[in-house]
Design a protein around this ligand. Sequence first.
Ligand SMILES: [Zn+2]
Length: 99
Amino acid sequence: MGRAFGIELEGPVYTCKWCDTHLGVPSDLISKETEDGCLVYVFSRLFNTILLAEANADFHDIYCVGCSNDIGLYGVSDPNCFRVLRSELQGPEGSDDEV
Ligand SMILES: [Zn+2]
Protein backbone atom coordinates (compact mmCIF):
# COMPACT_ATOMS: atom_id res chain seq x y z
CA MET A 1 0.00 0.00 0.00
CA GLY A 2 0.99 3.65 -0.06
CA ARG A 3 2.64 5.41 -2.91
CA ALA A 4 4.89 2.73 -4.27
CA PHE A 5 4.97 4.59 -7.55
CA GLY A 6 3.10 7.43 -9.18
CA ILE A 7 3.12 11.14 -9.72
CA GLU A 8 3.07 13.68 -6.92
CA LEU A 9 0.86 16.57 -7.97
CA GLU A 10 1.51 20.15 -6.93
CA GLY A 11 -0.91 22.33 -5.02
CA PRO A 12 -4.46 21.33 -4.09
CA VAL A 13 -5.23 17.76 -5.10
CA TYR A 14 -7.92 15.15 -4.90
CA THR A 15 -6.48 12.01 -3.45
CA CYS A 16 -7.56 8.41 -3.07
CA LYS A 17 -9.47 8.11 0.18
CA TRP A 18 -7.87 4.75 0.89
CA CYS A 19 -4.17 5.20 0.09
CA ASP A 20 -3.64 8.98 -0.44
CA THR A 21 -2.42 8.54 -4.00
CA HIS A 22 -2.81 11.80 -5.90
CA LEU A 23 -5.56 11.38 -8.50
CA GLY A 24 -6.60 14.76 -9.84
CA VAL A 25 -6.53 18.52 -9.52
CA PRO A 26 -9.48 20.92 -9.08
CA SER A 27 -8.73 22.67 -12.38
CA ASP A 28 -9.44 19.40 -14.21
CA LEU A 29 -12.80 18.97 -12.51
CA ILE A 30 -15.49 19.45 -15.17
CA SER A 31 -18.65 18.85 -13.22
CA LYS A 32 -20.27 17.27 -10.20
CA GLU A 33 -23.22 15.02 -10.91
CA THR A 34 -25.53 12.72 -9.03
CA GLU A 35 -26.02 9.23 -10.43
CA ASP A 36 -28.20 6.64 -8.74
CA GLY A 37 -27.96 8.61 -5.53
CA CYS A 38 -24.16 8.75 -5.67
CA LEU A 39 -22.20 11.93 -6.10
CA VAL A 40 -19.86 11.64 -9.08
CA TYR A 41 -17.05 14.01 -9.97
CA VAL A 42 -16.18 14.28 -13.65
CA PHE A 43 -12.52 15.00 -14.40
CA SER A 44 -10.99 15.80 -17.79
CA ARG A 45 -7.95 13.77 -16.78
CA LEU A 46 -6.68 11.68 -13.93
CA PHE A 47 -3.28 10.68 -12.64
CA ASN A 48 -2.01 7.46 -11.10
CA THR A 49 -4.92 5.41 -12.38
CA ILE A 50 -5.30 2.32 -14.54
CA LEU A 51 -8.15 1.76 -17.01
CA LEU A 52 -9.46 -1.76 -17.48
CA ALA A 53 -12.06 -2.63 -20.10
CA GLU A 54 -15.29 -4.22 -19.00
CA ALA A 55 -16.96 -6.98 -20.95
CA ASN A 56 -19.12 -4.68 -23.07
CA ALA A 57 -16.10 -2.44 -23.78
CA ASP A 58 -18.21 0.72 -23.71
CA PHE A 59 -16.92 1.51 -20.27
CA HIS A 60 -13.61 1.03 -18.55
CA ASP A 61 -13.25 0.70 -14.83
CA ILE A 62 -10.85 3.19 -13.29
CA TYR A 63 -8.49 1.78 -10.69
CA CYS A 64 -6.18 3.57 -8.30
CA VAL A 65 -2.59 2.39 -8.83
CA GLY A 66 -1.86 2.69 -5.13
CA CYS A 67 -4.49 0.34 -3.75
CA SER A 68 -6.16 -1.16 -6.87
CA ASN A 69 -9.48 0.15 -5.66
CA ASP A 70 -12.22 0.61 -8.28
CA ILE A 71 -12.88 4.34 -8.06
CA GLY A 72 -15.01 5.08 -11.09
CA LEU A 73 -15.90 4.66 -14.74
CA TYR A 74 -14.54 5.92 -18.04
CA GLY A 75 -16.89 5.94 -21.02
CA VAL A 76 -15.12 5.08 -24.28
CA SER A 77 -17.62 7.15 -26.28
CA ASP A 78 -16.88 10.15 -24.10
CA PRO A 79 -13.12 10.80 -24.13
CA ASN A 80 -11.56 13.09 -21.54
CA CYS A 81 -14.41 12.33 -19.20
CA PHE A 82 -13.39 10.36 -16.14
CA ARG A 83 -16.24 9.75 -13.73
CA VAL A 84 -15.06 9.17 -10.18
CA LEU A 85 -17.21 8.36 -7.19
CA ARG A 86 -16.94 11.18 -4.69
CA SER A 87 -17.05 8.61 -1.91
CA GLU A 88 -13.68 7.27 -3.11
CA LEU A 89 -12.04 10.68 -3.13
CA GLN A 90 -10.55 12.91 -0.53
CA GLY A 91 -10.79 16.60 -1.36
CA PRO A 92 -7.95 19.12 -1.32
CA GLU A 93 -6.77 19.84 2.21
CA GLY A 94 -8.16 23.03 3.65
CA SER A 95 -10.56 23.61 0.74
CA ASP A 96 -14.35 23.78 0.88
CA ASP A 97 -14.32 20.40 -0.75
CA GLU A 98 -12.25 18.61 1.86
CA VAL A 99 -13.34 15.25 3.35
ZN1 LIG B 1 -5.86 4.21 -3.70
